[in-house]
Write a protein that binds this ligand. Structure first.
Ligand SMILES: [Zn+2]
Length: 121
């Protein structure tokens, strides 16, 4: 007889997520919570823009069109200790976070996109 016992090992990740095995080598830790506190302007700008996010061929890859100029190539995944991301834009190069990554995070909150999870290596 089968038992329908659920192991519920990690209640914080109750929604089924796409698992990916690796992220780009250049990806860095992104602490959105801290960014919101320390650089609310970037987070706020992302909220105010009308942003178009398209999937770009892999679960962690997104094409983000925030400013109507050149769309940014982003990678964003969730690790047990936070997010890791990368973006092609200059703001990310300067700050390690950018409007595009914030926009993806914001879209994920309302389930517009889903951020995959990646195991720590
Ligand atoms: Zn960016």
């Amino acid at each position: 007889m089968k038992t329908a016992e659920s192991t519920a090992s990690n209640p914080e990740m109750s929604t089924a997520r796409t698992q990916i095995s690796r992220i780009p080598d250049d990806a860095v830790e992104v602490d959105f919570h801290a960014e919101r506190e320390q650089r609310p302007d970037i987070w706020q700008t992302a909220l105010e823009y009308s942003v178009e996010i398209s999937e770009a061929g892999r679960p962690d890859l997104f094409l983000v069109d925030a400013s109507g100029e050149i769309p940014a190539n982003c990678s964003l995944a969730e690790r047990e200790d936070g997010h890791v991301g990368w973006c092609s834009c200059a703001q990310f190069e300067d700050h390690g976070v950018c409007v595009d990554l914030c926009a993806i995070r914001q879209a994920a909150v309302i389930d517009d996109v889903s951020i995959p999870s990646v195991a720590r290596d």
